[in-house]
Design a protein around this ligand. Structure first.
Ligand code: GLC
Length: 475
């Protein structure tokens, strides 16, 4: 069984959140996934069935979102979970490459197209870059929920092997066991401040990102040449943690111990190269010189999800960081950046994400590790905070960790991962059928305006308080 999540009995949890509330949350999660479900055929007959993250903002199939969606679908409707992952594999190439985003019926319009890392400026069916490769991990979770179709576990082994072999060959040219990302959004943590120093004006939220894409395009997205020629690439801790967990899952699915050995190499490399015993955190390594990116983001804590992590290292990550009120112990969820970092921003941040707010996939990865290491009260405190967030604001893309405000996209698919952290309850009623939710651009703009206004108001308030404090000192 994979180390990342796995269904859990949650002792002590029932007391805090009643079975009725859990049943309602599960019901709502199911409705979100059902409303975001898309299916159809391309003109050439290729079928697709997947969950889009949140229309209208996110209409396509994103690699790691799909893995998260499939994991949650496996609670409600294993056939859909299987279809979601099969569709992802179908979106890949014969050489094992699987794209970050697949557009299916809905190729991006002229305004959005230049922002995607595609081969050409218009008309591609998918991007030419990767996203955190956790497919085998999700495949195993869904296979475990597929008693109705036991053949699922083995049906894509060739494709999965090819995928993980492609990653090793193309993304680990120095052979150190750690794979590299060549664009910041390949980790899924697009605008994380840890990448500012590496990508600079080519960061995901800067205009230079388009040049970064163009540069890769000119080299045909040949990652070995890109890594060889440029300094802007990162051996990312979170990417490698989910890669190692996936290699372990592939070893179990295939019975091939070679993948266990590869996972062990990645885990050892994380320990030997990324662990900083002085600061008690794991750092990404940038460029050919492997310079550590010393900015504390939740990715620095993500090795906690590795069952092989030595206990004393886990204890340091948990006690010195995850549970420290100056760093990651926030009222709501787990912040994506340590609250102590100067770059930490709790709220709305002009189209930049991953610079502070709490996301549900973070809790999904870290809470089971807290439980495993015996910190059950803290684990349940975090889950109870996440429950409050969803009850108050619905399944939003992310939330302000300090005041619990719901932010960005609504009915956001992977926020339903909360279901994985809750005890299983009876279902309120079987309700898979839900008319496709399309969302509205007007509502999106309205929501963004409200978020911007509330952030401006807060900052004005902070500014006024600081001015008052300065005045009081002068008096
Ligand atoms: C944002 C997130 C990324 C996610 C995508 C679709 O870009 O940063 O991780 O895959 O949205 O939900």
């Amino acid at each position: 069984m994979s180390g990342a999540s796995r269904r859990n009995d949650t002792p002590g949890f029932a007391a805090a959140v009643s079975e009725d509330r859990v049943a309602r949350l599960r019901h709502e999660a199911h409705r979100v996934l059902a409303g975001n479900w898309r299916e159809g055929h391309l003109a050439d007959g290729v079928a697709y069935r997947y969950t889009c993250p949140s229309p209208p903002r996110y209409r396509h199939q994103w690699y790691w979102d799909s893995c998260f969606h499939a994991i949650v679908w496996s609670h409600f409707d294993p056939p859909r979970a299987r279809e979601e992952l099969r569709t992802l594999v179908r979106g890949g190439r014969l050489d094992g490459f699987i794209p970050h985003t697949i557009f299916w019926h809905d190729t991006p319009g002229w305004r959005r197209a230049p922002l995607y890392a595609t081969d050409s400026l218009r008309g591609d069916r998918a991007t030419a870059h990767i996203q955190t490769p956790m497919l085998a991990l999700a495949w195993e979770v869904v296979a475990d929920a597929s008693a109705d179709e036991p053949g699922f576990a083995g049906e894509a082994l060739d494709a999965l092997r090819l995928h993980y072999d492609w990653l090793e060959h193309h993304r680990d040219p120095d052979g150190d066991g750690l794979i590299s990302i060549i664009h910041p959004d390949e980790s899924g943590l697009d605008d994380a401040p840890k990448y500012d120093e590496v990508f600079g004006w080519m960061s995901h939220y800067m205009p230079g990102y388009m040049w970064l894409v163009e540069r890769s395009r000119r080299l045909g997205y040949d990652s070995r040449s890109i890594i060889d020629r440029y300094e802007e690439h990162v051996e990312d801790v979170l990417v490698n943690v989910l890669y190692a967990l996936s290699l372990r899952a592939l070893a179990r699915l295939s019975g091939d111990a070679a993948y266990d050995a590869r996972a062990r190499r990645t885990e050892d490399a994380l320990l030997e190269r990324c662990w900083d015993p002085r600061r008690g955190l794991f750092w990404d390594l940038a460029g050919r010189g492997h310079a550590p990116l010393q900015i504390s983001t939740w990715s620095s804590l993500s090795p906690l999800a590795l069952p092989s992590l030595p206990r004393e290292i886990a204890a340091r990550l948990i006690e010195e960081h995850l549970l420290d009120p100056r760093r990651y112990r926030a009222p709501y969820g787990i912040p994506s950046v340590s609250m102590e970092e100067p770059s930490f921003r709790a709220g709305w941040h002009l189209f930049r994400c991953w610079r502070g707010p709490s996301w549900m996939n973070t809790a999904w990865l870290l809470v089971p590790a807290l439980r495993r290491h015996g910190y059950t009260d803290d684990a349940e405190r975090i889950v109870a905070g996440c429950v409050e967030l969803v009850e108050a604001h619905g399944f939003r893309e992310y939330y302000n960790p300090l005041n619990g405000e719901g932010l960005a996209a609504r009915r956001f698919g992977w926020s339903t991962l909360l279901v994985e952290l809750l005890p299983r309850t009876r279902e309120l009623r079987a309700d898979a059928e839900h008319p496709p939710y399309r969302g509205s651009v007007r509502d999106e703009l309205l929501a963004m305006g409200t978020e911007a206004a509330s952030e401006t108001y807060r900052r004005l308030g902070e500014g006024a308080a600081a001015a008052r404090a300065r005045l009081a000192k002068l008096r």
